[in-house]
Design a protein around this ligand. Sequence first.
Ligand code: HAM
Length: 401
Amino acid sequence: MVKRFGYQEIRFPVLEHTQLFKRSIGEVTDIVEKEMYSFDDRNGDNLSLRPEGTAGCVRAADQHGLLYNQQQRLWYQGPMFRHERPQKGRYRQFHQFGVEAFGMPGPDIDVEVLQVAVMLWQELDLSDYLTLELNNIGSAVDRMNFGLALTEYLQTKEDQLDDDARNRIHTNPMRVLDSKNPDVQAALVDVPSLEDFVNEESKQHYAELQDLLNSANIGFRENPKLVRGLDYYNNCVFEWTTDTLGAQGAVCGGGRYDGLVAQLGGRDVLACGFEIGVERLVLMLDSLEKVPQDAMQPIDVYVTCIGQNVTEQTLDLAQAIRESQPQLGVISHCGGGKFNSQLKRAFNSGAKIAVILERDDGESILESAKIRRLDDSAETASHKITEIPQKVAEFLKNSTS
Ligand code: HAM
């Protein structure tokens, strides 16, 4: 689907120099401070398993010259690693699908990027269960000024904060805003608002983005508390959230990160993108019973094999059925055993019919096999092996008509 938007796949390794993540995600973020799997390799280089895709994507795209004086739309997918406390929807190894667009100032490209997600939600029939939350977090300078004001404010409330919040007063005061502690939240009632520190250009970008979203019929909700846990963002940030998953309700997160390419040593290349948490998406599909049909191919035929030296013919026949009837799910019995236990497995597989290959000792290659309905009728018919694929399809067709 993403190819229809002109995106090209980019691949990059799961291991990168730790410094890449520190420089992009930020030293004083939960991901870098607490969640990375980092170690020294044999050369003494400190490496980390990638906790997200954007940093590696930028590094690889820049290194391969993809960001040199050109616009790029790139996509990727793969495993990411964060040492978080595992719970439903939060894993130490999980998968992200990401898109990143480079070289365009927006807000048109911001909307186009969001349209990729919108189309995916539509295709998966999830649109009704996801809300797009938006915020404008301004530039790094805006946030620095806001941070100073926030530090000043938090100092006046120090006795109402918990240890975690107190530790962040000088290092990353914005993260205090996300505190789950109700006492800390109570201390934040008169807290300065980031909105008051955002520069005019960002405000204009954000207003235009909202206009474009409205005309593209993409619904959204402004969430002034949405700051995201990665430092590289500027201007608009967003998350698609759901209340179908309990605590881990963020399914997709992203935004603009206009300074990152230059910050990592590249040219001044503007950028925006998002990543989807694949496991959360699957959990959502599961909980809403919307697993796409082709993700769960039902088994139609179970091929059993009784007797000596029949394995080769069983594998051949099962494969012949798959090749001649591509719509059917076919299992060939493996692991031997008596007929009754094979039949039990056939029933348990959910197959509608069993094909029975039975060869007595000394018998030469089998010419015929039986087709047996796996229902109370136990209707059985014998056919030439070469006709079995066709007969199987007819048998199944008759049972559905
Ligand atoms: P993020 O919000 O940290 O953003 O992660 C994106 C998505 O990955 C989340 O919304 C969530 O669905 C999933 N996710 C994150 N951590 C876990 C976990 N421990 N277990 C399962 N799923 C998880 C980023 O990573 C940014 N790089 C997104 C981006 C791309 N921004 C611009 N371009």
